[in-house]
Write a protein that binds this ligand. Structure first.
Ligand code: ACO
Length: 337
């Protein structure tokens, strides 16, 4: 049967480091509050001079992934680009990246699933590959959050948690009888919670203009979040989906999983998750301390780090999982070959 394997990974974060103390100059917050509530110590944001879009970060990560896979851009059959912060309203960042890679007509698909963008992207890529619709896919998760955050005290609950960054993976279909590559995926969404974490405007449903001066004054073009609800949903659903995907893949105990890369929205969420499933120390990989929440970039960014550091080795099985705006949640199980 055809299995989907990762052939190369790459990541890129902008050079500018923004510490919690930096944030405290612009809003009423403190290093202590941010560390205690979220675990975040710093994040990377694009330069204040502007001109850096999500596809630019994606391009840098993609070049590394392509090089490590030994692919030329022309080898790609399909680009899947996961982001909630596209360069422009439309067309999608996948099209912009396609052009920046020097490609002429390679198809490009954007995925708008926020923190589960990479998980949905990997499940979609796997389906394309196993159905024979594509052999080689470049999957990118990238975000430029910083240019769209309210960095005044009004927006502090959201602004302190987000960072910019990108990561990419080269995925290839291989005919094999071995249980390797993507073993299983599980996806969910529950639109009734859409307003619990959203960016409301500009929006096509607002007439006659897509955003009004009053809305700008009220800050309705910034993301709004019911943090407590999202936290509660994450700590209850992530353990559940872990058991579900293990069952789907025929994995009986957590001992058979070598590495867990959960989405990095809040270190406390991941600690609750570890406690709920009594996961042995060291199995869950966290890097939120350095990057904050980079949404669709988070899981591939951590994946790239774990491969580079030799934590995720050939033969190991990894679980990727997360929950975010939508709300959407999901997981993939992957065996490194
Ligand atoms: N600095 C200092 N004080 C703050 C800050 C800040 N940055 N932000 C909020 N506060 C204050 C509040 O005003 C409030 O003060 P009050 O008690 O006087 O009213 C107090 O701190 C507590 O505020 P809460 O919002 O209730 O704080 P909470 O403990 O819930 O932590 C947080 C907020 C960190 C955002 C948390 O709710 C969380 O992590 N939620 C989950 C986030 C998540 O998983 N998102 C999904 C992924 S993102 C995506 O999909 C795009």
């Amino acid at each position: 049967m055809i299995r989907t394997l990762i052939r190369g990974t790459g990541r890129y974060v902008p050079e500018r480091v923004v510490t919690n103390d930096d944030l405290a100059q612009w809003m009423e917050t403190s290093d202590e509050w941010i560390r205690q509530r979220t675990g975040i110590e710093q994040r990377h944001w694009v330069s204040e001079t502007g001109e850096t879009g999500t596809s630019d970060l994606g391009l840098k990560a993609s070049k590394t992934a392509l090089e490590r896979a030994g692919w030329k851009p022309e080898d790609i059959d399909l680009i899947i680009f996961a982001t909630l912060s596209p360069d422009i309203f439309f067309p999608g960042s996948g099209c912009l990246l396609q052009h920046k890679l020097g490609l002429s007509t390679t198809p490009a698909l954007d995925i708008r699933q926020q923190c589960t963008g990479f998980i949905y992207g990997l499940a979609t890529a796997d389906a394309y590959i196993r159905s024979g619709m594509a052999e080689r896919i470049l999957l990118v998760g990238a975000e430029v959050h910083s240019t769209g955050l309210d960095i005044s005290t009004r927006g502090r609950d959201v602004a302190v948690i987000f960072g910019d960054g990108a990561a990419a993976v080269c995925l290839e279909g291989v005919e094999t009888d071995e249980p390797i590559g993507v073993l299983a995926s599980v996806l969910y969404s529950e639109g009734k919670h859409a307003e619990s974490l959203m960016l409301e405007a500009p929006a096509s449903r607002i007439c006659p203009e897509r955003i009004t001066h009053e809305m700008l004054d009220e800050g309705r073009h910034y993301p709004k979040m019911n943090g407590k609800l999202i936290f509660k949903l994450a700590v209850t659903r992530l353990p559940k989906i872990t058991m579900e995907i293990m069952e789907k893949a025929g994995i009986k105990t957590l001992d058979e999983i070598d590495l867990i890369i959960p989405h990095q929205a809040n270190l406390r969420i991941n600690q609750f998750y570890e406690q709920a499933l009594k996961i042995p120390e060291g199995k869950v990989y966290n890097n939120i301390q350095k990057y904050g929440n980079t949404t669709a970039a988070t899981i591939p960014l951590a994946l790239d780090e774990t491969i580079e550091k030799g934590i995720f080795k050939k033969g190991d099985t990894a679980l990727f999982l997360g929950l975010g705006a939508g709300v959407t949640w999901g997981a993939n199980l992957y065996r490194h070959a």
